[in-house]
Design a protein around this ligand. Sequence first.
Ligand code: FES
Length: 367
Amino acid sequence: MILPIIIAIVIISSIAACLAGLLNIAEYFFANYGPCEITINDDRKFTVEGGEKLLSVLINEKIFIPSACGGRGTCGLCKLKILEGGGTLLPTEEPYLEEYERQNNVRISCQVKIREDIKIEIPEELLNIKEYSCKCIEIADLTYDMKLFKFQLLEPDTIDFIAGQYIQLLTPIYEKSGEEVYRAYSVASDATQKNVIELIIRLMPGGICTTYCFEYLKVGDEIKLNGPYGDFRLSETNAPIVFIAGGSGMAPINCLLHQMKNENINRNAVYYFGANTVNDLFYLDEMKQFESQLADFKFVPVVAAADKDDSWDSESGLVTQAVERNLKNADQCEAYLCGSPGMIDASIEVLKKLGMNEKNIFFDKFE
Ligand code: FES
């Protein structure tokens, strides 16, 4: 009895999926929305041919909205207020919008197709984001799957950003990708160094941008990036700091440490950096240098799988376990977390358990 029901459900779902696919194909080839007018902040207007996604149209106009996933609908960062003409909210947008945002007509711009005239609101600071041409001037191995990339800015030749912010790198069309894609990377370098940007990138198997950077990008090549984005930054309090990061989450913390050095910020700070093995550790000399330059800073590398041959004699286990073992007076501290969503969620749980107020926990999740 159950089997026929399951078969019926599978058949109905397959037919529905086919119909939806056919509708999309039909829309792609036959729908003609004609010219549509885009109005931004009741001020700037331009006309585009309907049928494009709102995010792409804005990028073509050199208006850069945070879009860490490159328009794949998985980061939820490309939010915009649509005052008129966005159509109904799509199921693909729902997971990223809070109830108050839905009521205020906030939409996920990479999911909204332009089918009619549209009026949108974009915060002024996003309108100031620029596109930069730059030249790759150095590529250095940090670990077996992590590299440091240095880019010299050409046009404009300097960038102003706040330590902790990120940029979006544009991967050009190349052998393994038929389209240009943007990916977000936190800046690792000193924010006072305005004509060079340093990025720490981990190779993601099959990743369009990381494959390009690791296998195709060469010193001397030109590439485009835009930014800066993000509000991950040091607060202006004197609270002791707990930094927790893993992998390329090192980048924004390194940038914040430069800021602390440049601005003589003498706050007590302990940096727990989690790695799977000793071979995943990097920037140990840089961290030693910060220990000698900053008034009250300690770097604590934590290795999860420190096998016997590694002769590892420092913290081992999960980074959260090391925090749990060592952190005292968490209720007085602020925490800055960077890395994978799993590591960040686990760290938040541990910090709350140790008494830290959630409003003192700041994080940058690398999706
Ligand atoms: S760009 Fe990531 S969800 Fe739209």
